[in-house]
Every structure is written in C-alpha cells, then in structure tokens.
Design a protein around this ligand. Structure first.
Ligand code: SAM
Length: 262
C-alpha cells in the first residue's frame, strides 16, 4: 500500500472508480447547485485518480489545484491530463502537504479533497488540518482503508495476516512519522463533526477478475510478512495458486469521508 509508483496508482484507478460512493457526489452537487464555478484543491494527487473520477461527476464548472510531494507522479499526471469544457483552470504544485500545511490558503477553495491519502498521515496532522478548515464548505477524502480485507477462498491464517498488515499500516510510510493507518476515517469524522455535517460511507474494493491487481496487493502482504520474519509461506503459496487458477477474490473495506459546513 505504501509503494506509490505510478504503475500501482494507475492499476488502482479502475478498482477505485467502481468502489466510490455515489451518495457523496449527490450531496456535493446539491450543495453547489447554484454556483457557476467551484475551486477545488486536491491533496496527494498522485497520478490524478481523484480528479479523473470527480471531474465528469461534478455538475458545475471547476478550477483545480493539484498537490503532491512527488514530482514524478505530478509530471506523469500532467502529461496525461484530460480536461473538458467544465474545467476552467488547472494548476500543479509540488508540495509537502504535511510539513507545509500552513502555507495553503484554504479559504481560496470551496472543496478540499484527496483520495487514498488520509491513512498515511500522522495523527497530529488531522487536528492541524481541521484548524485551517473550520470554514471550508466541503471536505472530501475518499477511499480510506478501514482495517479489513478478505481474500476468497478462505484460509486459516487470513486473520493473522490482516493483523500484521494493519500494524504495518501504522508505521512510517515514508513521511518521517507514524501513520494513523486504518483509524483515519474515525478520527477525521470525530474532529469535523463539531463544525460540519459529516458522513462516512462505504467504498469497498470488490476485486473479482482483476488477477493482476490481486497479485500486486498480495505482493504488499508478502513484504509485510517478510518484514515480520514469520513463516507464512504456505499461506502465500495458497494465495498465489488461487490467483493463478483464477479462483480468487479480494474484498477490502474503505470509507469515503464527507464533511459539509453546518
Ligand atoms: C496512495 S497515493 C494516492 C494518490 C491518489 N490520490 C490516488 O487516489 O490514486 C498517496 C499520494 O500521497 C503523496 N504524498 C505522500 N506524502 C505526501 C506529502 N507529505 N505531501 C504531499 N503528498 C504526499 C504520494 O506521493 C502519493 O502520490
């Protein structure tokens, strides 16, 4: 989950698109039904999956600012960017959203958003982020890993692997401090419900036929197992065999978080 190479991000995009909760879109479109153009900032843009999903679904015209610490991802996205009549402006900023949060003028934006981003952030970031966004009209963080995934067919070691994986999700994901991991949705919801109407909606991955994707995800599990130095070779063998035989399914629980200013 912590390898943010562009290949993985693109592989995720098709699965993410199918997973996201459509009620979120309805609520946002209702909120801005009378506005002509909406300013949006995307945090941790990566290869642009959040924009690609939201752009056609949002009914209003849009100005976008894309931010990511990775110039490789932002440049990749810039090369592949597709706009439409609804997209008035786009801007790319290579930016550290954790260390330089206070440099963003959040009052310039109607929507602050991100996807598959919250779980890698440190706990104290959430309180700081709220302080700067008390007046923001819409906050949307989609596809937040929620601590549960299942491969089918089942195996007796499944829960042990999930436990290892979840512990690993709370380690430093390359940002210099421990990540919040699967608790991210609960935490952001508890913080924002004082100032906003908040929603946590299901956006689970259900990966049936995309065996390439399943293998990629299984490789992440393999890395976690290796780090922990525990012998789960039989579990891994079983899982890879199921994928090879095309008899495998992966379900992973995510939440979409939406906050609308009270
Ligand atoms: C899992 S990817 C998600 C990318 C994209 N939003 C998506 O849904 O596919 C997380 C992204 O956060 C970016 N990131 C990590 N630390 C960051 C930081 N301190 N500031 C800005 N972006 C960061 C990574 O470079 C990566 O592109």
């Amino acid at each position: 989950m912590h390898k943010f190479n562009n290949h993985w991000l693109k592989l995720r995009e098709t699965i993410d698109k199918k997973s996201r909760n459509l009620k979120v879109i309805k609520l946002i479109n209702n909120k801005f039904s009378k506005k002509d153009c909406i300013s949006i900032i995307d945090l941790g843009t990566g290869a642009g999956s959040n924009y690609n999903y939201l752009k056609p679904k949002l009914k209003f015209n849009q100005d976008w600012v894309f931010t990511d610490i990775s110039s490789s991802s932002l440049n990749y996205f810039k090369k592949n960017l597709k706009t439409s009549k609804k997209i008035y402006k786009t801007k790319f900023k290579i930016f550290d959203v954790i260390g330089e949060l206070e440099k963003i003028t959040f009052s310039n934006y109607n929507i602050v958003t991100g996807s598959a981003f919250l779980d890698i952030l440190p706990r104290n970031w959430f309180y700081k982020f709220h302080k700067f966004n008390i007046k923001t009209e819409i906050i949307l963080f989609a596809l937040n890993y929620n601590g549960s995934f299942k491969f089918y067919p089942k195996h007796k070691n499944d829960q042990e692997i999930i436990n290892l994986f979840n512990i690993d999700q709370k380690t430093d994901k390359g940002i210099g401090s421990k990540a919040i991991g699967p608790d991210c949705s609960k935490l952001i919801n508890n913080i924002f419900n004082k100032t906003h109407h908040t929603y946590l909606m299901n956006s689970k991955w259900d990966v049936v036929k995309n065996y390439k994707f399943q293998k990629y995800f299984l490789n992440f599990c393999k890395e976690v197992i290796k780090k922990n130095n525990i012998d789960y070779s039989l579990w891994l063998k079983f899982r890879y065999q199921c994928i090879t035989k095309k008899n495998s399914r992966l379900i992973l629980q995510n939440k979409d978080f939406l906050a609308i200013k009270k």
